[in-house]
Design a protein around this ligand. Structure first.
Ligand SMILES: [Zn+2]
Length: 137
């Protein structure tokens, strides 16, 4: 398979950008902006504490989305009663698939501290379930 060019632009030139694969394994790190080429596939782009999913198929430019206070007020708790979304893997601080603004940080059993497969978006409350906890399980 041929490599695909990818450019990642953070909203601040000081922001650290980390690319990881689907299971959370490290690929590449940079600051402010990254130009690279990767094999096609699903990756996560971690910027400013949020992991944005990207299905890399062709030459792509990814810009860090900006979120603001109004978004937070608009989305707060609104997906709490929505049907559960199943996700293949747990990735720390993944961008919420429902509201695209909140993040998923994972949940642990309060007694055993084991990672749980059920989770909720910190912002909109969207319930999700992980098929695999990957490297975190
Ligand atoms: Zn959400």
């Amino acid at each position: 398979m041929a490599h695909v060019p990818l450019t990642v632009q953070a909203s601040s030139p000081e922001s650290e950008i980390t690319l990881v694969d689907e299971q959370g394994h490290f690929i590449l790190k940079g600051t402010g902006e990254i130009h690279t080429s990767l094999l096609p596939g699903k990756i996560y782009i971690q910027i400013g504490g949020v992991a944005y999913p990207l299905d890399l198929k062709e030459s792509s430019v990814f810009e860090e989305p900006s979120s603001n206070r109004e978004d937070w007020e608009e989305y707060s708790g609104r997906n709490i009663n929505e049907p559960t979304i199943t996700l293949e893997y747990f990735i720390s601080r993944r961008q919420c698939p429902a509201c695209q603004v909140g993040v998923l940080v994972g949940r642990r059993d309060p007694v055993t501290l084991e990672m749980l497969t059920e989770d909720n978006c910190l912002l909109c409350g969207q319930p999700v379930e992980y098929e695999s906890l990957g490297v975190y399980g």
